[in-house]
Design a protein around this ligand. Structure first.
Ligand code: NAP
Length: 255
C-alpha cells in the first residue's frame, strides 16, 4: 500500500502525531505513500503509534520531540532527513492550552507558554525544515490552526489569538517560501473529538451546545481532517498556497 500513491517517494514530518488529528494525518499521508516521521513528548506513545502504523504497512520512523525544545526539533528534522537527504512535507500540528476561563484572568506565564509553543515553535520548525525542502526542490508546509482563530472561543481567549497568529504566519511566509517552490497553507479544524476537545464534547449537554454552531450537526473525527492534509501535501494542490482551509462541518469562518 505504502509504495504507491500520490505521495509515494515523499518524506513527511507530522508533529504531535501519536494521537488525535496528528496521528490521523500521519496515517493518511502514509497510506498515500509517504514515509512519515511521527513524534510527541512521550516515548510510550511514539512506540505505540509507530507499531500501529507499521502493522498497516506504512513506512514510518518515530522519535520523541517536544516542539518547544530546539534540540528536539533539530533531532526530528535530522531523523527525517536521513531517510533520503531531504524533506518534502511538514505538518506543524502541536499546540497547548494551559488555561480555560475568562480572558482577563490570563497571566504572563500562560501567554508565554501559548505563544511559544503554538506560534514561535511552529515558525522555527518551518524555518529549520526549509533548507531540507530546498534540497528536495520544493515542498508543502501546513500549520494546524483552528476555527477559534477566526471566531474566538469565549473561554479560550489566548489560545484563540495564537491560532489567529498562525493564520497570519501562513500569509506572511507565503512569498518567501513561494520563491523556494515551497507552498504553505493552514488547516483550521472545527470541533473534533479528541482528548484536546474533551471539555467541549465529553458530556451530551456540552456537545449539544457546541452543535448549535455546527450546520452538519455532528462533531468531527480526526480522519475528517486527514484528507485535506493529504491533498495539500500532494501535487493536486500545486497552485494552492497562502490559504487556510476550514474543516468544520460548516461553522462560521471569517476574520
Ligand atoms: P490531542 O488528540 O490531544 O493530541 C495531542 C497530541 O499532541 C498528542 O500526540 C500529544 O502527545 C502531542 N503533544 C502535546 N504537547 C506536545 C508538545 N509540546 N510537543 C509535541 N507533541 C505534543 O489533540 P488534537 O485535538 O489532535 O489537536 C491537534 C491540533 O489540532 C492542535 O494544534 C489543536 O490546537 C488543533 N485543533 C484541535 C481541535 C479539536 O477540536 N480537537 C480543533 C481545532 C484545532 P504527548 O502527550 O506524547 O506529547
Amino acid at each position: 500500500m505504502a509504495s504507491s500513491g500520490r505521495l509515494s517517494g515523499k518524506v513527511a514530518i507530522v508533529t504531535a502525531s501519536t494521537e488525535g488529528i496528528g496521528f490521523a494525518i500521519a496515517r493518511q499521508l502514509g497510506q498515500e505513500g509517504a514515509h512519515v516521521v511521527v513524534s510527541s513528548r512521550s516515548e510510550a506513545k511514539v512506540d505505540k503509534a509507530v507499531n500501529s502504523l507499521k502493522q498497516e504497512g506504512i513506512l514510518v520512523n518515530g522519535l520523541v520531540c517536544h516542539v518547544g525544545k530546539e534540540d528536539h526539533r533539530l533531532k526530528l528534522i535530522e531523523e527525517a532527513a536521513k531517510i533520503k537527504g531531504s524533506i518534502d512535507i511538514l505538518v506543524s500540528n502541536a499546540a497547548v492550552n494551559p488555561v480555560f476561563g475568562p480572558m482577563l484572568n490570563t497571566d504572563d506565564k500562560a501567554w508565554s507558554k501559548i505563544m511559544d509553543l503554538n506560534v514561535k515553535a511552529s515558525f522555527f520548525l518551518c524555518k529549520e525544515t526549509v533548507p531540507y525542502m530546498e534540497k528536495a526542490g520544493g515542498g508543502s508546509v501546513m500549520f494546524v490552526t483552528s476555527i477559534a482563530g477566526y471566531q474566538p472561543f469565549s473561554l479560550l481567549g489566548a489560545y484563540s489569538v495564537s491560532k489567529t497568529a498562525l493564520i497570519g504566519l501562513v500569509k506572511a511566509l507565503t512569498p518567501e517560501l513561494a520563491s523556494r517552490n515551497i507552498r504553505v497553507n493552514g488547516i483550521a479544524p472545527g470541533i473534533i473529538k479528541t482528548n484536546f476537545s474533551q471539555a467541549l464534547t465529553s458530556d451530551p449537554e456540552a456537545e449539544a451546545k457546541v452543535l448549535e454552531s455546527v450546520p452538519m450537526q455532528r462533531v468531527g473525527k480526526p480522519e475528517d481532517i486527514a484528507g485535506t492534509a493529504a491533498f495539500l501535501a500532494s501535487d493536486d494542490s500545486k497552485y494552492l498556497t497562502g490559504e487556510t482551509i476550514c474543516i468544520t462541518g460548516g461553522m462560521a469562518s471569517r476574520l
